[in-house]
Design a protein around this ligand. Structure first.
Ligand code: NOJ
Ligand code: CA
Length: 725
């Protein structure tokens, strides 16, 4: 391609967002357009540094931004490059996920592979760009060459130069937790609004006062929704972004290992994909499959054992403080030495036979697939913040948890128990016991495990999102697959679409989930942001479905759940996951059985999903068609602002008649003052109808729609309020 020299007249954008090296000339060697022609990518050199820029419908999304990596022992892959002969391909396929938001997914892109060649020593760094209609993915590829075999990353230096001071929905860069509330601010305000805990730790922990995590959602003043994340994070450190807030340029910032290094690589190898999603319609960001498409196809031949799961749990009672994970109140125990049968029980242990049987009865009666039981195994007395290596063995139950009896009891009632492996972040200990722990699950018929990584990582000094731990999480998922076990890992690294390749990774937490409603509460806007950010990489085990909002009524807990009951129902649709929990206690569901009906009915696997309305931080409305059926479920959530939402049913089949049940906020509902007030109505609808639905502050609505049956003729139009039977 003819070389073009672009002198980016940065003054025209009112900022100098093209990097901080002072050199503003970008020599374009290659141009690539997306299949629909709306995105244009330019690739070339800025000085002697690899450089790229991205436009969408003629608007600048990424200003010229340099690429490269700083190496520890060898000459860095940062500059001194020429551009070699590029290769182009196009790709268009449709694939079927094992579970998902839609039955099929189209993977359609134009690709450009650019060799950047260094001399003295002669080395080639390849950058593969894939341009989709909904965004860009690119990754570094390191071919095996005599001058590059084993190498250590000091840092990856991938820039994302923003074209304006966008509104951003961000959480702080942190190597060990993602469980933050989101801040909504201009990019230039990040430094000022960074939590004190991060700023105070900045130098000691190498945290940055302008560092943020991905997926980072932004909105430009001219209406572009831009999202930065990564895909296929394998054998590499997780990327955060550090903002140069004078020039509005993000640079990749990898999680260090215990020695401060950012990664140990051996060529041939590749980096994860760096992703830029863009659209002028927020709904398109939610509907995007860019991250999944950039991941490798399914690695397993037989996936028949992988099944979406709706579950309850002996869980919320421990989270709220009503009962305990531990069997005793001893301050200290030792694996293999403490004789629990000789210890005095504390009388508040949640995972006891009678209580577990009570949950099994309720979950089985209401059609759930599984029941999670936490606190079933020895070691919980001093599990946390003690930096204990040998903390759990994952196989020995407490004396009041009869594993064989309870599994038999559950199976006779048609449900399974779900295993829990809290590792306390002692990853080495977990790997030591993993084979035996999974074999035990096989012996008793468990098919899913919720794992967890609370506290500092052992080996000490490693971080939750470093290369070492990322390899551990994947090891656990692959090993589980050998045992036909599905994994839901909490506190693990944020997902990057690996569930396409390893669909037994059926869930992750990796963000601030419902548990924080018991730790002081989460802002109502949280659930209008997560689908734009955390959920881009894969499903979240958000654990919705709380019906009793004042926790002090049943537990020693002053926290209030900052959501309405109808909002909690909506989350089963707005927070896509093939793993959904009904997180509250059976006795709370018993109080509102008519509303609980929605949780019982809602599907967990889908043929189709339609994002009807969306604005990050404000509201989301989505309709989903249950897999293999004509049932649709619609969910809507709003932030702290009450709003009316007009829902049009034009997604329904015009040749069919339907009846719908609407679970909405009562007119006087409010997340702070009257959170449990809801109203259920029932009526007939068809594709030409639309419905105006009120959402309270912190509220929402849920709709269950099914084809009309004989006898449904009497159902009135939905706008004539009619109580459900
Ligand atoms: C944190 C997890 O997010 C929570 O769900 C779990 O109950 C606790 N760790 C204990 O493992
Ligand atoms: Ca957690």
């Amino acid at each position: 391609m003819k070389k073009l020299i672009f002198l980016f007249a940065l003054l025209s954008t009112g900022c100098s967002g093209s990097g901080t090296d002072g050199d503003t000339s970008f020599t374009v060697h290659e141009e690539l357009t997306s299949p629909n022609g709306q995105l244009t990518l330019h690739v070339g050199l800025k000085g002697s540094k690899p450089c790229y820029a991205l436009n969408y419908k003629g608007k600048e999304v990424i200003l010229p931004s340099t690429l490269g990596l700083e190496l520890k022992e060898a000459r860095s892959l940062l500059n001194g490059f020429d551009v070699g002969e590029a290769q182009r391909t196009s790709f268009d396929e449709t694939w079927e996920p094992v579970w998902g938001e839609t039955r099929t997914i189209r993977n359609h892109y134009n690709e450009l592979l650019v060799p950047f060649v260094q001399h003295d020593p002669d080395r080639t760094l390849l950058v593969r760009f894939r341009l989709y209609d909904d965004g860009l993915g690119f990754r570094y590829e390191f071919p095996e060459q005599p001058t590059l075999t084993h190498f250590t990353l000091r840092e990856e230096r991938t820039q994302f130069a923003m074209a304006g001071d966008h509104k951003a929905f961000w959480i702080p860069g942190d190597y060990d937790t993602q469980e933050y509330d989101y801040t909504i601010s201009r990019l230039s305000e990040i430094r000022r609004l960074m939590p004190d805990a991060i700023t105070a730790n900045a130098s000691q922990m190498q945290f940055s006062p302008t560092g943020v995590q991905t997926a980072l959602q932004m909105k430009s003043d001219d209406g572009l929704y831009i999202n930065l994340h990564e895909a296929a994070l394998v054998d590499y450190s997780c990327m955060s972004l550090e903002l140069d807030d004078r020039n509005l340029v993000f640079t990749s910032w990898l999680t260090p290992d215990a020695c401060g290094d950012k990664g140990h690589l051996q060529a041939p190898c590749v980096s994860p994909w760096r992703t830029v999603m863009v659209s002028d319609d927020a709904r398109q960001i939610l509907a995007s499959n860019l991250i999944l498409n950039l991941n490798e196809p399914c690695a397993y031949e037989d996936t028949s054992w992988i099944k979406p799961v709706k579950y309850m749990g002996v869980w919320w009672e421990m989270i709220t403080g009503k009962s305990t994970w531990a069997y005793t109140d001893l301050p200290s125990v030792r694996l293999g030495e403490t004789d629990y049968t000789a210890c005095r029980p504390n009388g508040r242990h949640g995972a006891n036979n009678a209580n577990v049987m009570r949950y099994i009865d309720f979950a089985a009666e209401h059609g759930f697939d599984q029941l999670l039981v936490e606190g079933w195994n020895i070691g919980w007395e001093d599990w946390f913040e003690k930096s204990k290596d040998y903390v759990f063995d994952f196989v020995t139950p407490y004396p009041d948890f009869d594993m064989e009896m309870l599994n038999d009891y559950a199976h006779r009632k048609g449900i399974r128990l779900m295993m829990h492996h809290e590792t306390s972040s002692s990853t080495r200990n977990y790997e030591r016991h993993m084979e035996e722990a999974y074999a035990l699950m096989n012996r008793y018929g468990y098919t899913a495990v919720k794992s967890g990584y609370v506290g500092d990582i052992l080996p000490r000094g490693e971080h939750h999102y470093g290369q070492w731990c990322n390899n551990h999480y994947l090891y656990a998922v692959r090993k589980a697959a050998e045992h036909h076990i599905m994994v839901n890992a909490h506190e693990a690294v944020r997902p990057t679409g690996l569930c396409r390749t390893y669909p037994n990774l059926i869930g992750n937490e990796s963000a601030r989930g419902t548990e924080y409603q018991a730790f002081g509460g989460s802002k109502p806007h949280h659930v209008t942001i997560l689908p734009f950010t955390r959920l881009q990489g894969g499903p979240m085990d958000y654990t919705p479905g709380i019906f009793c909002m004042d926790l002090s009524t049943f537990a020693p807990n002053e926290s209030k759940v900052l959501a309405t009951l109808a909002n909690q129902l909506a989350l089963y649709v707005t927070m896509y996951s093939p793993l959904q929990m009904a997180a509250d206690l059976p006795e709370h569901y018993s109080r509102y059985m008519d509303a609980f009906q929605f949780i019982k009915e809602v599907a967990v696997d889908w043929d189709d999903s339609r994002y009807l309305a969306a604005e990050p931080g404000e509201y989301i409305v989505v309709a989903r068609k249950a897999k293999g059926s004509e049932e649709w479920f619609v969910g809507g959530v709003t932030n702290e602002t009450a709003r009316e939402m007009e829902v049009s049913f034009d997604f329904l089949d015009p040749s069919r008649h339907y009846v719908a049940t609407l679970y909405a906020d009562a007119p006087d509902a409010d997340y702070e003052h009257n959170p449990e007030a809801y109203r259920i109505t029932h009526g007939s609808i068809c594709a030409t109808d639309s419905l105006r639905i009120h959402m309270a502050r912190g509220g929402g609505f849920a709709l269950a729609i099914r084809e009309a049956l004989c006898g449904d003729e009497t159902a009135m139009p939905l706008d004539i309020w009619k109580p459900a039977e």
